[in-house]
Design a protein around this ligand. Structure first.
Ligand code: COA
Ligand code: AMP
Length: 640
């Protein structure tokens, strides 16, 4: 691999593997510390060790204060581009810092201090980022909840995080409707046993939220009052091992997992990634077209660009329909974006409407240097289309909420490695990736197994689950002792490239959103007419996968399957949220099972996808597959 030799990657990766202490202490020098760490890693702390155990820092200081102090005050920190509200706002580093100081002062008055939790339930507005920075400023812990979740999901997060304060907005704006957040928040708070002491509500002009006296305060009024009183809060020094945030993600059950991100590690490796992986210089414009409710939005909208002194774009819109499939290219041209990071599903949506890339050609994209993709496997066809259309490197990289920064990618800052379509290239420094068989034996190149990371995980990866070390161990560390299991299946090839082919558990990926089929099954099973059910992800040309629920009805309910199916679709939307994109419930007479009673979801998926499948030897009654095929046919499945 000559290009690999030209790239600095082998040397850098080798250094991180051979001498992680030296490598990460060196990387940590890019961070501002009150007390710099003298050690990179202590294996005796926490579940598998902790990073920068004696470092003391503050995340907000590194995102804002230090850049203002260094003369970047007038540089734009955040560009809020919101086609759904018809607004573009530019906020300088100095302006963001001022608002953050004020909000932090207000939060402190509301009783928020170091270690307290703050839940943020807000759409893609600058105030949401300021809420994250203000929380971090106080050494408190934020937990952002994605707007597409329903009240019970929000309630589960509030109950688990037990926040002192909730920061919310009156609404989010979807292209086809206004989503009133406040009624969802009120319902969630009614369901939750934990009650915060106060809520601050940003009133947006599209919907005015009703405020609960004694609990809710109007954001703008409270900030104006705080300003008039000269309120302000300075950064609270915290241990590098203090949590910065909790981000809930889907697991195998309906109970979401609270991924913990610690303060120091999250500064070090995301900051390292800006020049080395993404090839970004301070002052440049970096755009991650995701949502702050997801990990990608945390690291690469809210934090890393600002740690690095770059400008971040906060885009409140969609790739298509706001107003058209040229929206992304308009944003890139208008704001001088040098790197765009999005999900393959967004490109598929754009390509569907503009296959020839005509809307791309109508823009001056000469400043755009690279396109990064993540969130789901980047299918080779979409990558090839993007390369043809843009003529710039199109880089797939592999992520998990748990890791907080890419596990594998193509480090263009170190020298771009040859791209292999379908592979997110190579492990990033600190990730010692192996493919394991079911017994935990390392597999040779080319052999498919579970992708596992030899412990310790590098900085920024989760040290544990919020309040649940045991669940952390059981979920990630027990199956393969000495490793973290990614629950992704794949392999490494002869060149050390990673190939990620799909999940080994019941997590599915719908339009770049991570969802649990187990959680959906719990909702379906709660319907009084349902005897048993199975939810699988089936192939979808746009979203990658969409969920499909197969239900067996109780006797007496079989007479009206269509009505029950419609109720089930509505139930998932009400309990989990529109983001589940659950639109297909299919009544069947029986579910295919092994003789020991295990539902054969894998074969059902192949059948629904139109993939090649064979009758498993263990199946109880092979005729059930014919019945399933017959039930799918009127729904147009498998799709052509
Ligand atoms: N608040 C409230 N509702 C939301 C929401 C939010 N923040 N985000 C999505 N929804 C709703 C949508 O309105 C839709 O509702 P509907 O059933 O009434 O139409 C539903 O959730 C499903 O949304 P989605 O799966 O996003 O489908 P879509 O048809 O609206 O858009 C794409 C399809 C591909 C354009 C869109 O999913 C997309 O841009 N995906 C990229 C995701 C991404 O960036 N992921 C991060 C990984 S890096
Ligand atoms: P999330 O935690 O929402 O970021 O989702 C993580 C999961 O998305 C991973 O475990 C993978 O299954 C999938 N995923 C993310 N990025 C990629 C990628 N580049 N290639 C393949 N799968 C990916």
């Amino acid at each position: 691999m000559n290009a690999a030799v030209a790239s600095g990657y082998p040397r850098v990766y080798g250094h991180a593997s051979a001498d992680p202490e030296a490598f990460w202490l060196e990387a940590a020098r890019a961070v501002d510390w009150y007390e710099p760490p003298t050690r990179a890693f202590d294996p005796a702390l926490g579940v598998y060790g902790r990073w920068f155990p004696d470092g003391v820092t503050n995340t907000c200081h590194n995102a804002l204060d230090r850049h203002v102090a260094a003369g970047r005050g007038l540089q734009t920190a955040i560009i809020h581009d919101s086609p759904v509200s018809g607004q573009v706002r530019r906020l300088s580093y100095a302006a963001v810092l001022e608002e953050t100081r004020l909000l932090a002062g207000l939060l402190a008055e509301m009783g928020v201090g170091r270690g307290d939790r703050v839940v943020i339930y807000m759409p893609m507005v600058p105030e949401a980022l300021i809420a994250m920075y203000a929380t971090a400023r106080l050494g408190a812990v934020h937990s952002v909840v994605f707007g597409g979740f329903a009240a019970p999901e929000l309630a589960a997060r509030i109950e688990d995080a037990a926040p002192k304060v909730v920061l919310a907005a009156s609404c989010g704006l979807e292209p086809n409707r206004v989503v009133a957040y406040k009624p969802l928040l009120d319902e969630a708070l009614a369901r939750s046993a934990h009650k915060p002491s106060g809520c601050l509500v940003l009133q947006r002009p599209q919907v005015e939220a009703r405020l609960v006296p004694g609990r809710d305060r109007d954001w703008a009024e409270a900030m104006a009052d705080a300003r008039a009183r000269g309120l302000s809060a300075e950064c609270v020094p915290v241990a590098a091992t203090d949590p910065l945030y909790i981000l809930y993600t889907s697991g195998t059950t309906g109970r979401p997992k609270g991924i913990v991100r610690d303060s120091g590690g999250h500064l070090v490796s995301p900051l390292w990634s800006m020049p080395n992986l993404y090839g970004i210089a301070p002052g440049e414009v970096f755009w991650t077209a995701s949502d702050i409710g997801w990990v990608v939005g945390h690291t690469y909208i809210a934090y890393a660009p600002l740690f690095h002194g770059a400008t971040t774009v906060l885009y409140e819109g969609k790739p298509v329909g706001t107003p058209d499939a040229g929206a992304f290219w308009r944003v890139c041209e208008q704001h001088g974006v040098v790197t765009l990071f999005t999900a393959p599903t967004a490109l598929r949506a754009i390509r569907k409407e503009d296959p020839e890339g005509r809307l791309v050609k109508s823009r001056d994209l000469s400043g755009l240097r690279a396109l990064f993709l993540a969130g789901e496997r980047a299918d080779p066809d979409t990558v090839a289309w993007a390369e043809r259309t843009f003529g710039i490197p199109v880089i797939d990289h592999w992520w998990q909420t748990e890791t907080g920064w890419p596990i594998a990618g193509n480090p263009i800052g170190l020298g771009t490695l040859p791209v292999k379509h379908g592979s997110p290239t190579v492990p990033m420094p600190g990730y010692r990736l192996e493919t394991l068989d079911e017994a935990g034996h390392a597999l040779p190149p080319g052999r498919m197994g579970t992708l596992a990371i030899r412990l310790p995980l590098p900085p920024a990866c989760l040290p544990t689950l919020w309040g649940d070390d045991d669940r952390f161990r059981e979920t990630y560390l027990t199956q393969f002792p000495g490793y973290y299991t990614t629950s992704d299946a794949g392999y490494l090839d002869d060149d050390g490239y990673v190939w990620v082919m799909g999940r080994t558990d019941d997590v599915i990926n719908v339009a770049g959103h991570r969802l649990s089929t187990g959680a959906m099954e719990e909702v379906l099973a709660s319907h009084p007419a349902v005897a048993e059910c199975a939810v699988i992800g089936i192939r979808d040309a746009l979203k990658g996968e969409v969920p499909a629920g197969f239900v067996v009805l109780k006797s007496g309910a079989e007479a009206a399957p269509a009505a029950v199916e419609a109720e089930l679709v509505a139930l998932v939307r009400d309990r989990i949220g529109p983001v589940a994109a659950f639109k297909l419930a299919v009544t069947v007479g029986r579910l295919p099972k092994t003789r020991s009673g295990k539902i054969l979801r894998g074969t059902m998926k192949k059948l629904a996808d139109g993939a090649t499948w064979t009758v498993p030897a263990t199946v109880d009654d092979p005729a059930i597959f014919d019945e399933i095929a017959a039930a799918l046919k009127p729904r147009g499945l498998p799709a052509g």
